[in-house]
Design a protein around this ligand. Structure first.
Ligand code: TYD
Length: 225
């Protein structure tokens, strides 16, 4: 495959979406190549359906069902979008990919890593990013950023935090600091185990500084392919 596959990972409020947007804009302006932006779960009709469905659930799903839904979304995405785009020489920029499942369903929620890995193996079919940026933020900072992002709408009105069930526990983005610590530790572990693919960027720096570090690495990759 001749395209370039880039993913962003990190906890809630780490700035992934902003950095994905900035990188896509920069790539479009500088390379003249087709750039495809993806946000998991989603990106295909099934993926969007799963995203909406999971978000709308009021009762918690079993961890196993949740795992299988995320990887079902990914299986569609890889086969119908990512693989064909890479074969056509596009640049694919993903806001979350299979590492999110390893970290959230494996390290943070505690499903056996071997099950998560084999599910991811089925979904990805061996398609992994050329580079993965971990936007690393301390759980406290990421919670504050996620909270601020979610509590104001576009006009600056305060929006209540979405609550999925009567216990006040949010399913899709858990807010407990312990959970976020596990997410952060899981990502750092993955990055350490595979340093040739991962680039850990301090996500607490200014947006432009983070982007500059991302861009430097991407430029290196563009030169080498
Ligand atoms: P989303 O609203 O897209 O938030 P974010 O901007 O942080 O990506 O919610 C995605 C949530 O789904 C997030 O809490 C992480 C979780 N998730 C998993 O648990 N497993 C996965 O495989 C993926 C892709 C996401």
């Amino acid at each position: 495959m001749s395209g370039l596959f880039i993913s962003f990972e990190g906890g809630e409020g780490s700035g992934k979406t902003t950095q994905t947007d900035l990188l896509v804009e920069h790539l479009e302006a500088e390379t003249g190549r087709r750039v495809v932006r993806l946000h998991e779960p989603g990106g295909t009709p099934l993926g969007e359906y799963i995203r909406d469905w999971v978000k709308a659930q009021s009762a918690p799903l079993t961890l196993q069902a949740e795992l299988l839904l995320f990887v079902a979304s990914r299986a569609e995405l890889v086969k119908r979008v990512i693989r064909p785009e890479l074969e056509a020489d596009s640049i694919v920029v993903a806001d979350r990919y299979a590492d999110s499942t390893t970290v959230y369903q494996g390290y943070a929620r505690g499903l056996p890593l071997k099950d998560v890995r084999s599910a991811n193996g089925i979904a990805t079919g061996g398609v992994w990013p050329d580079v993965t940026f971990l936007l690393d933020v301390l759980p406290d900072a990421s919670l504050r950023r996620a909270g601020l992002q979610m509590s104001f709408d576009a006009e600056g009105r305060v929006e209540p935090l979405p609550r999925a069930d009567d216990t006040g526990k949010r399913r899709f983005e858990e807010l407990s600091p312990g959970f976020h610590q596990k997410v952060r530790d899981g990502y750092l572990r993955l990055a350490k185990a595979e340093p040739e693919r991962w680039v850990v960027v301090d996500g607490q720096q200014a947006v432009e500084e983070v982007h500059a570090q991302v861009w430097e690495r991407v430029q290196g990759l563009l030169r080498s392919v």
